[in-house]
Write a protein that binds this ligand. Sequence first.
Ligand code: PLP
Length: 368
Amino acid sequence: MPYFRTYTEIDLLAIKHNAEAIKRHTGKQLIAVVKADAYGHGAVPVAETLRPVADMFAVATVEEGIELRQAGIRKPVLILFSCLPAQVGQIVEFSLTPTIGDWEFATALNEVASETAPTKVHVNVNTGMNRSGVCRTEALQFLSRLKTLQRVEVEGLFTHLATADEVDKSFVSVQLKRLASVLAYNNGKMVHVANSAATLAVPESHFDAVRPGLSLYGIYPAAEKPISLKPALTWKARIGWVSTISKGEGVNYGLTYKAPYQTRVAMVQIGYGDGYPRSLSGIGEVLIDGMRRPIIGRVCMDVSVVQLEPSDKVSVGDEVVLIGKQGDAEIMVDEIAQRAGTIPYEILTQIGARVKRIFRPVTHNNEH
Ligand SMILES: *Cc1c(COP(=O)(O)O)cnc(C)c1O
């Protein structure tokens, strides 16, 4: 393997395992959410890996859908958020499945869609998330109005839950009740509601298909762990410099750390320019030679400094694990997120362009 300053290793078989475990757990269709480059795991290799398991893929934007199509992915690709009328040409050209949230977009789509093969769409019903979708009290009227459009076919109906990852599931019930008032008139459209948290913990939200993202990548969105998921991402960097500093010396911008005694330190080639959170300054930990070692001073754009123990066997070029296992030690993305004051979703999707991605097993799969 060539030398990479920092890289992630993506275990594609773990992602397949997680998708299969979710399918067994729910017994429903799987809409695999691969938005934001599959939460930093690589949308195309992940979609290729999940091709035999997923019934549909979901992305956030038209551009993300086009990327999958250009890589040869032929499964249905749902765009989770309403698109703009200016995008209808691309949606039809690349056979994407848009979410419809308003009449203006629907009529624009109807203008360009094919007469022989109507464009399939899903309708998002706003049941309380209040960030997108058709108002639930207007949904039935909207659906019957859509029937007048010859080249648009409503294939699915969905909503999104605001609090499925919380212990108190009472607002989940409120949203499901609100959805039920629309579903009472549903004639056979595919209904999907559950994100990862609801997929794992709210069986009554499973309907025809589930729509998980985070859990596909082996991370639990909440405390409930009814099935066994395997984390798929390991993030590594390298030692760039090792030294010993005298008592009272500071480290990095602002000299926020002061050595309490003569201290061995190592520079790790990772910084916020790689998406490693600056908020881990002085509170993060990394794995070196199978041991946890603390980040001292500020995380800089390109490098960070850790405190070593005198006995640590460390040389320039050695591997450092930021997320994942090394020897018997492990740092989970949940831990990084908690220390950085954020959520695993943000840590994963912020992993930057300078971080090389290595897929295992290597993908060269051209059948779709
Ligand atoms: C991102 C997203 C999901 C997946 O959520 P997870 O918590 O990652 O499982 C599902 N549905 C919609 C509408 C989303 O935006």
